[in-house]
Design a protein around this ligand. Sequence first.
Ligand code: COA
Length: 348
Amino acid sequence: MYQSKIAGIGYYVPKNVYTNHDLTRFMDTSDEWIQERTGIQERRFADRYAETTTTMAIEAAKIAIERAKTTAQDIDFIVFATLSPDYYFPGCGVLLQREMGMHEIGALDVRNQCSGFVYALSVADQFIKTGMYKNILVVGSEKHSFAMDFETRSRNMSVIFGDGAGAVVLQPTQEKGKGILSTHLHSDGADAEILAMYYPGAHANKWMKDKPPFPDQELGGLFLTTEQLESGAALPYMDGPAVFKKAIVKFPEVIKEALSTHSFTEQDIDLLIPHQANFRISQYVQKLLGLDDNQVFNNIQKYGNTTAASVPIALCEAWEAGRIKDGNLICLAAFGSGFTWASALIRW
Ligand code: COA
């Protein structure tokens, strides 16, 4: 059985910075409210036309591939996590394969929202362990800005999310005790609808606001009229306080599960990279686990919540800043829509 290691890592964020003050041009909100409730000061939004979820992923992937001292043609599998794909179908994995000129390798899209990257990493880890692949590209990328509503009615969501991408290359390692030690994946669909985008989906009509937005006809109904779309019926939905309550339970749980699997304690963690959902959630988790400030990495202040991209962006920034050194114990943890939550323990 092989062990997998992160051989290369990269991230990309768009140039366009939107501060909290900038958002007050579109909706009734304030810098004070956003900072107090979320810790976010600014976020990046992709170029409306030139950039997509796939193009951002490619920029991050190029860096990860170069740092892994390999080439796009040597990648033998792609795992792509996103909730904001360029198309409803096909997924972004094949678009990346095409644009990067890769061979006709397998490309898998992961639909696990904020925990998507940790799920994707776990999938890739299994393929490396069995010896099936030797160079897997794992990416998390999101262009939230294209589907967000920047009116006051959606301000609880639109102030939180930002765009960006992160990528890693996984390879087998011979070094004993190094690399991904274990991954831990969970889900509970009981509250699937409290953080969700129902449209376009086959069951959308049950949940969309101001029903019935679907045309009264025997078959079909995916295509809404302009009026129906403008009413906001098809917008994403989030019960923020309910998400918050569940997140602060499941984050610590899945981190402790990873630690106890290897008989580690919280004090053994050199750096925890939590999914950047909300700074208050990270602080709460840090306090509950009794971790010092230097044991936790946060960058939500600059980028907001970039969903599947948040863990690899934070991991890469932490590594570039010298916060991750050879032999360090790194814990990745994420929680999000589904609900799904996950962790990964890595000996760097
Ligand atoms: N600016 C100003 N006021 C806002 C606002 C905004 N951007 N968004 C919501 N409000 C208002 C609400 O309308 C409400 O007003 P009311 O009391 O007059 O009705 C008030 O602020 C409180 O709303 P509430 O939703 O209860 O606030 P909150 O303290 O729970 O904070 C979140 C909202 C979304 C920041 C918080 O619930 C949260 O972060 N939840 C977790 C979300 C998350 O992590 N999502 C990603 C999953 S990985």
